[in-house]
Design a protein around this ligand. Structure first.
Ligand SMILES: Cc1ncc(COP(=O)(O)O)c(C=O)c1O
Length: 663
């Protein structure tokens, strides 16, 4: 575990002044307290500055002298005009730097006589402060830069949690284990205490401790931590959710949608979105995601379908899409969001798989940068937070905070796990301080892994062109390269058998699969050793030269039928259970013509075949029956067993007559 390293880049095109500054500032850093490991280095041109910022992930701040910078060398012809176009002002340089790495602190060195002009020009930019060049106050500059880095590296909630634990107060409050006292020394359960570690229990505190603030009414360290997260992720407001993005989506729906109001949503959205439709009483308008038949992957919704839906439903209140998808496909969001905003439709982007994107230009723009009103992120899935720890980012100019707060509190336990809140605070700090560096490493590892997989000659990592169905080719979709989907069809195993071999023989657990692909997730926690072990395993399997197996395609989910009633109305009907198969194991014909009361979701792919209120057809009944009869064990959420008989809940005829139809 090394000490922090913070490099500060001084950019000044006068060599002597630059040398003097770097020397003076490094002397100050050596002479004064330096907990962040600050050192200064200098460059003279904008090109060098941008190259250094790209290649050196330890750069935490830049000190830009207010002069014109050469961006590159003129290429010989049309010299004088060329020279001008190759120069950038300090303002342009600052813009380029902050566009590339928005988390960096930016300070400007100015000449006293130009102060007003410079400050005016940079007023709207993310500039953290100014210094007079002529003062040569190296110690003063160092102290301020050090304080700024210290400020960004603060974790207000986690710091306070640690302080409180070390204060060792006697507990006369919840939780009942009382810092683990109830377990420690118990002959029956002390192993749990030892296994989990003492701080898991010490830090498991509750709202009974006022100095730790309240997640439901934050005014202290939680408010401060959320504010810092908002700044880091580019939001107006950020809220910490301790029940995952599953809950985050529901909170937003209940805030934006009154019963009966329209929501445009990808049918392939996560099941929490469909549950949110029931809870909010929304009138859903489903958009079909594109299907890549070759690999059984359900991708984004074609841009044309989204834009058509926006045009056909200008009365919709909100639109929700998932970007990037589980397989790493990201929408070109800006035109979609602009079209929605033109009709006053709020845009929510489920970024469950994309919470790191702000911290490396390869992954940007983020949903918020593209103009989304809300983004929900499973910080736990892709950054260093504990499971269930997510963030809700808000940029909605019409944000109704009171309503949001009511809904947030409706879904939040009055006893949230404080370790989760601390982990969100720490995940934000890490993303800001070293996200760029770690993501650069992850990207490099993803590239290596892709090449290694292809070098086996049997497995093949799929690129954007492989993943995109025809109808998405011109939609500006991009691939997050840290999600690696591998075609396994040549390896001689079925996907289930391959996963078993990887797990049992090679101790490797993969993320998800289709009938002929495996998806591997690289995160900032992926190491080169892990990549090598996976490569080794795949290479060994490839060398076994097994004859390819016939892989059984998962049947395509049937097209959406008709929504007869609002999902909430249908869900809250008592309904009755109806068998899917008759006594002779044939499809129960009576199912067609009935209306479903539950959500029925085969997993994978996790797309609802039926939602509450939807008309059941013969095709759907046949599809569900074929899944039940197939050899492959598959979860089908929403199918209920009465004894051995698989059933679905449908509306009774009398209930149907009493409900208002919406079709
Ligand atoms: C697209 C999407 N949204 C939301 C969620 C739910 O996130 P969480 O596990 O944080 O509740 C998931 C989980 O897999 C997901 O894939």
């Amino acid at each position: 575990m090394g000490k922090p390293v913070s490099r500060i880049l001084v950019i000044n095109d006068e060599h002597l002044v630059l040398r003097e500054f770097v020397k003076g500032l490094n002397a100050a850093a050596r002479a004064l307290d330096n907990p962040n490991g600050i050192t200064f280095s200098g460059v003279a041109t904008a090109k060098e500055a941008l190259a250094a910022i790209e290649s050196d992930g330890d750069i935490q701040a830049v000190l830009v002298d207010d002069t014109l910078y050469t961006l590159g060398k003129p290429n010989g012809h049309g010299a004088s005009h060329q020279r001008r176009t190759l120069q950038v002002s300090a303002l342009e340089l600052v813009q380029r730097i902050t566009r590339f790495r928005p988390e960096l602190s930016v300070y400007i060195l100015i000449a006293q006589e130009k102060e007003d002009d410079v400050v005016d020009a940079l007023f709207t930019e993310a500039v953290d402060g100014y210094f007079y060049r002529e003062e040569r106050d190296y110690r003063g500059i160092y102290r301020i830069l050090n304080a700024q880095i210290q400020e960004r590296a603060k974790t207000p909630f986690y710091d306070q949690l640690k302080n409180y634990v070390w204060m060792a107060k006697d507990q006369w409050h919840t939780p009942g284990h009382s810092s683990g006292e109830s377990l420690r020394g118990s002959p029956w359960v002390n192993d749990f205490y030892d296994f989990m570690g003492e701080h898991v229990f010490d830090a498991d505190l509750s709202v009974s401790v006022p100095m730790l603030d309240s997640l439901m009414d934050p005014k202290g360290v939680i408010a401060e931590a959320q504010h810092m997260a908002a700044q880091a992720f580019g939001a107006r407001r950020t809220f910490f959710a301790t029940n995952g993005t599953s809950t985050a989506n529901k909170v937003i729906f209940q805030t934006l949608l009154a019963p009966g109001e329209k929501l445009l949503l990808d049918r392939n959205c996560h099941k929490s979105v469909h549950h949110g439709v029931v809870l909010s009483g929304a009138h859903p308008v489903y958009l079909d995601s594109a299907l890549n038949r070759k690999y059984g992957l359900y991708g984004p919704v074609p841009k044309k379908a989204v834009l058509d839906a926006i045009r056909r439903h200008p009365d919709a209140e909100a639109l929700i899409l998932t970007s990037c998808t589980y397989d790493g496909l990201r929408y070109d969001l800006k035109p979609i969001i602009e079209a929605a905003h033109a009709r006053n439709i709020k845009v929510i982007i489920d970024e469950a798989w994309y919470g790191f994107a702000r911290f490396h230009p390869e992954f940007r723009p983020t949903a918020l940068e593209a103009g989304a009103d809300y983004a929900t992120q499973s910080t736990h899935k892709v950054l260093s937070a504990f499971s269930q720890a997510s963030m809700i980012h808000v940029n909605d100019p019409d944000f109704r905070e009171h309503l949001f707060r009511e809904n947030f509190n409706m879904h939040t336990s009055t006893s949230p796990q404080y370790g989760l809140i601390a982990s969100l605070d720490v995940a934000r700090k890490q993303a800001v301080m070293e996200g760029y560096k770690l993501l650069s490493r992850t990207l490099a590892l993803a590239k290596e892994l892709r090449a290694q997989i292809n070098s086996t000659g049997v497995f093949r990592s799929l690129e954007l062109e492989d993943l995109l169905p025809e109808e998405l080719r011109h939609d500006g979709i991009r691939l997050d390269p840290t999600k690696v989907t591998v075609d396994i069809s040549g390896c001689g195993y079925t996907v289930d058998d391959l996963q078993k071999v990887l797990f049992e023989r090679f101790n490797i657990q993969t993320e998800k699969s289709t009938f002929n692909t495996l998806t591997l997730l690289l995160t900032i926690g992926t190491t080169r050793s892990k990549v090598s072990r996976l490569y080794d395993a795949l290479m060994r399997i490839a060398r076994e030269k097994r004859a390819p197996r016939r892989l059984v395609r998962t049947p395509e989910i049937p097209a959406f039928t008709k929504l007869r009633y609002l999902p909430r109305d249908a869900f809250y009907c008592g309904g009755e259970l109806m068998p899917l198969l008759d006594d002779k194991e044939r499809v129960n014909k009576k199912l067609a013509r009935r209306v479903c009361a539950d959500q029925v979701v085969p997993y994978p792919p996790g797309i609802p075949v039926l939602v509450p209120g939807q008309a059941i057809t013969r095709d759907i009944a046949d599809y569900l029956a074929s899944l039940l009869r197939s050899q492959k064990r598959m979860e089908i959420h929403g199918v209920v067993y009465e004894g051995y008989q698989p059933c679905v809940r449908v509306l009774k005829n009398a209930e149907q007559r009493s409900l208002r139809r919406i079709d």
